[in-house]
Design a protein around this ligand. Structure first.
Ligand code: SAM
Ligand code: SF4
Length: 360
């Protein structure tokens, strides 16, 4: 019989999954204690950044010349990622894991990593946030490896505008990736767009219509002060209210509300099953129901996208910490989570890392 991979050797007493009893019966092991903060928010959603590198240069995200990327030795290895995700799901009650970046498709051997994550006991729902470049080639392999869903970023349907926003002429690759995700059943495939005033805000209804026509779920995201250049300007942010106004000019919207603790507020397009979402982090913050925790590509745990402090799990891992020590560090970090991001307060301080280095 093959030996289990070290990542899969778990402590049955700590997991909430089904286990084979010695007599061959399946028994449910106790669930882990919830990962709860001092405001009672239970954390079940983990975002894992697999790289800070990217092959696009979206103007609202990073400068044309890119950024000083993390040295390879500082980036978590696949073994380290799998170990931390195992601790998260088996000891801390994480049930959803989203792989992101930077551009996660740039991570070498991604299908292999996905296969290892999806083979863990108590495997989480696994999703990917990507710009879609290269997805046409890898969607089938990712789906086969156990990836459940994809969110793909697409801010415009016009090739010239795409090149202006991302500083790369790759719209066709992205659209091919989008359709490949659907063909590989990585559904529901969601499209994320960040409207910026004077850049693509005239395409809000077109993007929604495109998504409806092809069976994708459209979501609009208010731009946030997380670009690397520090150029975010509130006046260029298109607010949820404006997004809804633009949509309402062409579509009849029926409010659906928010699913579980999801950040997107949703509307159904009357007469269809299609749903459009708006993530209004700035004008309608949802911090009170936040259930997320984030791991950067270099192994730093962040209890909030806007946190100004991180917990160094990589140092613990590489220093020989056991699972109990990793769990304790994780609980301490989440225990210290603040009530909210305070973007709208004069005391707001931008985090040192931009979105692309945190993992969006
Ligand atoms: N490269 C992948 C992508 O673009 O989907 C994953 C990483 S990217 C940082 C994740 C998401 O963050 C994308 O949907 C992107 O549009 C969004 N994003 C980047 N910078 C942003 C900003 N300043 N405000 C709001 N969203 C932003
Ligand atoms: Fe890259 Fe995503 Fe940032 Fe665009 S938003 S530059 S694709 S990390």
């Amino acid at each position: 019989m093959p030996r289990p991979h070290p990542d899969q050797r778990s402590d049955p007493a700590r997991t909430g999954s089904l286990r084979h009893h010695s007599a061959g019966r399946l028994t449910a092991a106790p669930s882990p204690a919830p990962l709860v903060d001092r405001f009672g928010r239970v954390h079940t959603d983990l975002r894992v950044s697999l790289t800070d590198r990217c092959n696009l240069r979206c103007t609202y995200c990073m400068p044309a010349e890119g950024l000083g990327w993390l040295p390879r030795a500082e980036v978590l290895t696949d073994d380290e990622v799998v170990r931390l995700v195992r601790v998260a799901i088996q000891r801390l009650g994480i049930t959803k894991v989203r792989l992101t970046g930077g551009e996660p498709l740039l991570r070498r051997g991604l299908p292999g990593l996905v296969a290892r994550l999806s083979a863990l006991d108590a495997a989480p729902e696994l999703s990917l946030t990507t710009n879609g470049i290269g997805l046409a080639r890898s969607a089938a392999a990712l789906s086969e490896a156990g990836l459940n869903r994809v969110n793909l970023s697409l801010d415009t349907l016009r090739a010239e505008r795409f090149a202006a926003i991302t500083r790369r002429d790759r719209l066709t690759d992205v659209l091919d990736g989008l359709h490949a995700a659907r063909a590989a059943d990585l559904s529901p495939v969601k499209i994320n767009a960040v409207p910026v005033r004077g850049v693509n805000d005239d395409e809000i209804a077109d993007l929604a219509a495109f998504a409806v026509e092809h069976g994708y779920r459209m979501r609009f995201i208010e731009s946030m002060p997380l670009d690397a250049q520090g150029a975010w300007d509130r006046d260029r942010m298109v607010t949820a209210e404006e997004i809804l106004e633009r949509l309402g000019e062409r579509l009849d919207l029926v409010p659906v509300g928010r699913q579980d603790n999801a950040p997107a507020e949703e509307w159904r397009i009357a007469g269809t099953d299609a749903v459009v979402g708006v993530i209004a982090s700035v004008t309608r913050p949802f911090c009170g129901s936040c259930d997320r925790v984030r791991l950067t590509a270099d192994g730093q745990l962040r209890n909030c996208l806007f946190a100004t402090e991180e917990s160094d799990l990589r140092a613990l891992l590489r220093g020989g910490a056991d699972d109990a020590a990793l769990e304790a560090a994780w609980r301490t970090s989440v225990g210290g989570k603040g009530p909210g991001h305070a973007i709208n307060s004069p005391e707001f301080r931008r985090p040192e890392r931009p979105m692309s280095a945190i993992g969006g």
